[in-house]
Ligand binder design. Structure first.
Ligand code: NDP
Length: 286
């Protein structure tokens, strides 16, 4: 039997409608809209495209957005001064600093000054720590979106074996923490994992967070597993995931396609995080 296709586009559409309704209520109550500031240092084309997509999605949701474009040779001091000003701006609910930064700027230069209360991308150690401790936190949008897909598909996680392949701070690790928080038994794999196939085959739920085209083949997947594929890779000009979709859909019970799976939901979760930040900041301002 072929796997159920977990349609990220449809989930994102639904989420965005829900968020837009909540944004209207927020505006009616507070007299202003939640807003995002996207800081872009340098002219990395992929970052520019992504930044534009973010701004458009915020506009569509009835929120405000601003792009702060800085030169590639921006100094640490200038970047930090801008972030501090955004921290203090009551009309800015969330701040995203686009990665990768120019080589002379480290991510820690951002998180040293970024307010954890406006860290809607979940990159601040305070938010990572809060997630680790099981406290309310801003969770990076991509793994948060993966969980949203699992929830909306009605996947039961309690007691299930979950395998996360990849351990980055922005994706693999938070995904593992989120699955653990819902009582899955979680294994994290990485580039030094021995006999990856046999570990993946234990997973009732598989989260692929690697960035290597089709590295997970059908024979590595447990029959009936739910597969969440975060990978964004290209074979020629065709976007593909980390999982060989054609093979996996014959084995899995449900699977996210690439494109059209986790990607669209990531964007929606950024809107959701920013709305949440605005609500929290509004409560504190009272
Ligand atoms: P990173 O490169 O930061 O992390 C990749 C991880 O994969 C590392 O932990 C690495 O292990 C592990 N890995 C590499 N090779 C292997 C291997 N052969 N076997 C097992 N594990 C391996 O990537 P990101 O976490 O930032 O992104 C992962 C993928 O997700 C990318 O394709 C990216 O484009 C995509 N992505 C998708 C998003 C979406 O919206 N859907 C958003 C963000 C990212 P080690 O730690 O040992 O090096």
């Amino acid at each position: 039997m072929e796997a159920q296709i977990l349609d990220g586009k449809a989930i994102a559409k639904q989420l965005k409608e829900e968020i837009a309704t909540e944004v209207e209520s927020f505006k009616a109550e507070h007299g202003y809209a939640p807003g995002i500031a996207v800081v872009l240092a340098g002219a990395d084309p992929a970052s520019q495209t992504y930044a534009k997509q973010i701004l458009k999605s915020f506009d569509n949701a009835g929120m405000t957005s601003q792009l702060i474009a800085m030169d590639a040779d921006t100094t640490k001091e200038t970047l930090q001064a801008k972030i501090i000003a955004l921290n203090e701006d009551p009309m800015v609910s969330g701040i995203i600093v686009q990665m990768p930064l120019p080589a002379h700027l480290a991510q820690s230069m951002v998180t040293d000054v970024l307010s954890p209360d406006k860290d809607v991308d979940g990159i601040h150690p305070v938010n990572a720590g809060r997630l680790m401790l099981g406290l309310e936190a801003f969770v990076p949008a991509t793994p948060a979106g993966g969980m949203e897909i699992l929830h909306r598909a009605g996947v039961q996680l309690k007691g299930k074996r979950a395998v996360v392949v990849g351990r980055s701070a922005i994706l693999g690790k938070p995904m593992a923490m989120l699955l653990l928080a819902e009582h899955a038994t979680v294994t994290i794999c990485h580039s030094r994992t021995v006999d990856l196939g046999s570990v993946i085959r234990e997973g009732d739920v598989l989260a692929a967070c690697v960035g290597k085209a089709h590295m997970i083949t059908g024979d590595m997947i447990k029959p009936g597993a739910v597969v969440i594929d975060f990978g964004i890779n290209y074979i020629g000009d065709k976007m593909v995931g980390d999982v060989d979709f054609e093979q996996a859909k014959e084995v899995a019970s449900a699977i996210t396609p690439v494109p059209g799976g986790t990607g669209p939901v990531t964007n929606a979760m950024l809107l959701k995080n920013t709305l949440m930040a605005a609500k929290r900041l509004a409560v504190r301002a009272k």
